[in-house]
Design a protein around this ligand. Structure first.
Ligand code: UT7
Length: 337
């Protein structure tokens, strides 16, 4: 007997507090016009002081479990994608596992930033295919708002990011005929560490001298993300279109036959450029950046959930996804919803 994977439940959660571009005008030297024109973002959700990343993940996970129609005791693995963990260690998967009350099940954290969800989907798919696990909770969750430089110095990055969580249940189905019955058709994962410092968070870190963090590093602002936006933009459009085309060609799928594209949401202009490069109708791309900003690993499952709720994503549809982010990492996936 072979095992194939399918996504049987989706859930998402964003904290209630909304910060519009106009709210940001009051803190940063920025304008609603600049943010909308350059990124497409209108608002983002930011948590209050008490919330932590696994709180958001817990809400999204419980909804995904409910929508999957399973009992939480049927989950045998957690894959947690985040770049904003509750603590440096242990991984957020362990904290979430305790909050869910699922002692002993496998808990794995992954650190692929904006590409985290697709890396996680690929890992889940492989564990399912191996026959070792049956119901995997894959969650992407982020609290960026607590790690951004909210002074004019940080305006080029701080306007971009939002908080949120999205989760899916990836489940095993028995299959006699391998690939043709697979709901998760393929995933492709890439990285190029030569560009690691084009988008990164230097501190705390073991590469910084005799202490992972100290007052000087804080004064230099190295605990805030650093980004060369133009380089990231150029590589994102190239790599996302490249890996999307490749996964379609390798799986004999015409790009025009894809029903819906769920792209990572870093910049509306990146997604429009990818659509232009591959002659994809913009009406087939489900964008959420207007409402949430970039929620890195949470973006794709959050978008999936919104697309289902909006009636845009229906069972049986052929979905293609692509993401690009820090690392650089990039990935694509094809599945039947
Ligand atoms: O998932 C991966 C995560 N990141 C990305 O994918 C980001 C990819 N890059 C981008 O999306 C774009 O590069 C940004 C949206 C970040 C920036 O857009 P840009 O068109 O590349 O702008 P820029 O950085 O070249 O800045 C243009 C101007 C500069 O002023 P001068 O030098 O022309 O006077 C900036 O100082 O805009 C200024 N600027 C701002 N002005 C108002 C930068 N940030 C802001 C801001 N508000 N928030």
């Amino acid at each position: 007997m072979k095992y194939r994977s399918e996504i049987i439940g989706v859930g998402s959660f964003v904290p209630p507090q909304v910060f519009t571009n106009f709210d940001l005008e009051k803190m940063l030297d920025t304008t609603d016009e600049w943010i909308q024109q350059r990124t497409g973002i209108v608002q983002r959700h930011w948590v209050d002081a008490q919330a932590c990343t696994t709180d958001l993940a817990l809400e999204a996970s419980l909804l995904a479990i409910k929508n999957a129609g399973i009992d939480k005791s049927e989950i045998d693995m957690i894959i947690f994608a985040t770049l904003t963990p509750d603590h440096d260690f242990p991984g957020s998967g362990c904290f979430l596992q305790a909050k869910l009350g699922l002692p002993e099940i496998t808990a794995l954290d992954i650190r692929q930033q904006c590409t985290g969800f697709l890396y996680g989907l690929s890992i889940a798919d492989k564990f399912i295919q191996s026959g070792s696990h049956k119901n995997i909770l894959l969650v992407g969750a982020e609290i960026h708002s607590k790690g951004l430089d909210k002074t004019p110095n940080g305006r080029n990055i701080s306007v971009l990011f939002g908080d949120g969580a999205g989760a899916v249940i990836v489940s095993a189905r028995e299959s006699t005929n391998a690939v043709s019955e697979s709901k998760i058709i393929a995933t492709k994962l890439y990285a190029d560490g030569a560009f690691a410092k084009e988008l990164w968070l230097p501190a705390p870190g073991s590469a910084l001298g005799d202490e992972r963090i100290n007052h000087q590093l804080l004064e230099e602002g190295l605990h805030y993300p650093q980004m060369n936006g133009k380089t990231v933009f150029v590589h994102a459009t190239k790599r996302m279109s490249e890996c999307l085309l490749k996964i379609c060609v390798e799986n004999k799928v015409d790009v025009n036959d894809v029903d819906l594209f769920l792209f990572h949401q870093a910049n509306l202009r990146i997604n429009s450029k990818v659509a232009e490069m591959l002659s994809i109708s913009e009406s087939k791309i489900f964008n959420t950046i207007q409402n949430y900003g970039n929620t890195t690993a949470a973006t794709i499952p959050l978008g999936m959930d919104d697309a289902i709720k909006a009636g845009v994503l229906k069972k049986g549809m052929l979905v293609a996804s692509a993401a690009f982010g820090s690392g650089f990492t990039w990935a694509s996936a094809l599945w039947r919803q």
